[in-house]
Design a binder for this molecule. Structure first.
Ligand SMILES: Nc1ncnc2c1ncn2[C@@H]1O[C@H](COP(=O)(O)OP(=O)(O)OP(=O)(O)O)[C@@H](O)[C@H]1O
Ligand SMILES: [Mg+2]
Length: 301
């Protein structure tokens, strides 16, 4: 299936469902507010590189002198700790069960990044109750003020867990690979974010591209349909080139940026970190909260 076929498929899907009207793009840029920036890294399709991106981007941020916290929000199948060669004793399942508080499960990764590990293989955690979500978000909110940036590594797909974590973030980065299935799934994710969560802006990051032009082309195709059918603006964040060294790093349980700092993927991560750090946050929650969970409680949680 070519990229053109993909956008045609998406266009016909929308024709069947009826075209959505456009609304203004709103970003809350209140001058005062919390310190930390909260960025969710998400995707429709699995295996497109979210966890690798979060780990390497976090590390690149530490090299810029930033304090970084990473939340592994892939609650049923978390593997950020494995990728980083960590063996945490406790994880978010202990917080959810009320056995530990969030600070007690923190572990340190490369560049002294702080990691909140998730559990793996506990299916119940893929479907949290409203109270469990509120508890996690409340505890997170108090922790986030001690860092400059919180990255949230979500599970793939459009489950309510994934969507609620996305909706609490200030910025949502949708990761997509050049594969047609990844592109259609990214569109489906943005559609739910727009229709159900009233999100107005998403950033697109294209991973595993053979060259930068391919990243731009994937963005162009997706932008065409989001712009036409959704009340949501998609911005191009950039691309990460395909690099065998990323997988070599995974096999060694070390991130590529640490193991091979001069390889092309590591350079992409550094450029991306600089680009994000130099851009203003997309929206800022009001008051002392870093996350938008209070708003979520009133709406969809
Ligand atoms: N830029 C890249 N070049 C080459 N391989 C990559 C790149 N990015 C990620 N990968 C590889 O793709 C695979 C999937 O990566 P990763 O686990 O980060 O994806 P994910 O989106 O987090 O997956 P899941 O949806 O299961 O959580 C890994 O084997 C990783 O090494
Ligand atoms: Mg992952």
């Amino acid at each position: 299936m070519s990229l053109k076929d993909v956008s045609n498929k998406v266009i016909s899907l929308n024709r069947r469902r009826g075209q959505k009207g456009r609304g203004p793009t709103t970003t809350n840029r209140s001058g005062s507010g919390p310190k930390a920036r909260v960025i969710a890294i998400t995707s429709g399709k699995g295996g497109v590189g979210k966890t690798s991106i979060v780990a390497n981007l976090g590390y690149a941020f530490t090299k810029l002198g930033k304090k970084v916290l990473i939340l592994d929000a892939d609650l049923g199948l978390g593997n950020l700790d494995v990728l980083l060669g960590l063996a945490p004793k406790y994880n978010l399942s202990h917080v959810i069960l009320g056995e530990k508080n969030i600070e007690e499960i923190l572990v340190e990764g490369p560049g002294r990044m702080k990691i909140l590990p998730a559990s793996s293989g506990i299916q119940e955690l893929t479907n949290l109750t409203r109270e469990q979500k509120i508890d996690i978000f409340t505890q997170l909110d108090s922790l986030v003020n001690s860092v400059d940036v919180l990255f949230i590594d979500t599970a793939a797909g459009i489950s309510s867990n994934v969507m609620d974590f996305n909706a609490t973030a200030q910025e949502i980065v949708v990761v997509v690979s050049p594969e047609p299935t990844s592109i259609t799934d990214a569109y489906a994710l943005m559609k739910v974010l727009s229709l159900k969560y009233s999100e107005k802006v998403c950033k697109l990051l294209v991973n595993m591209t053979t060259r930068p032009e391919e990243g731009r082309e994937v963005f162009r195709q997706l932008h065409l349909v989001t712009d036409r059918f959704l009340d949501l603006t998609s911005d191009y964040l950039g691309c990460i080139l395909y690099d065998d060294k990323v997988t070599k790093g995974v096999k060694n349980q070390k991130i590529v940026s640490e193991l091979y700092p001069d390889t092309q993927a590591s350079r992409c991560f550094r450029d991306l970190a600089r680009k994000i750090a130099n851009s203003p946050p997309q929206k800022l929650p009001q008051g002392a909260s870093n996350l938008f969970w209070k708003h979520l409680v009133q709406t969809s949680i």
